[in-house]
Design a protein around this ligand. Structure first.
Ligand SMILES: [Fe+2]
Ligand SMILES: [Fe+2]
Length: 140
């Protein structure tokens, strides 16, 4: 899905903004269920949030790596280093998600697990900002 959307800053930024705002909303809902003592609903919300990160954000990263990043680096070899750094950001999202799921198996929705949901938000926010800046140098 390296469609033309990824190559246009406007459309690409909209994907980032939509992805992050959905994650923020779903994280807030999860926290509210925990504050309200609704533990079963909180577990379902956590399942939904993990699925959201995988299908909306990590899948976006994978689409970039399998098309957009390769094209950019081929067309602009000077952007290869940026592509490598941005791919590491994607790796961090995948690592945090893997750790989150493993820890949740052991601890349930512990404070450490909840922190990882916020860590995903922070890494993703910085990554999107840098991707928009580094890969669209003529449009910033
Ligand atoms: Fe990305
Ligand atoms: Fe992106």
């Amino acid at each position: 899905m390296s469609g033309p959307a990824l190559r246009q800053l406007h459309a690409h930024r909209a994907i980032h903004e939509g992805g992050l705002s959905g994650a923020i909303t779903k994280t807030e809902e999860l926290m509210q269920h925990l504050r309200d003592g609704e533990h079963e609903t909180a577990q379902l919300a956590a399942d939904d949030l993990i699925d959201y990160w995988k299908t909306r954000v990590i899948s976006h990263a994978e689409a970039e790596e399998s098309g957009f990043y390769l094209e950019i680096a081929e067309e602009n070899p000077e952007l290869q280093e940026a592509v490598t750094m941005l791919t590491r950001d994607h790796d961090l999202l995948r690592i945090i998600m893997k750790d989150l799921e493993e820890l949740r198996e052991e601890e349930g929705l512990s404070p450490a697990v909840l922190q990882k949901f916020y860590a995903l938000q922070i890494v993703n926010e910085i990554h999107s900002r840098d991707e928009e800046r580094l890969l669209f140098p003529d449009e910033n």
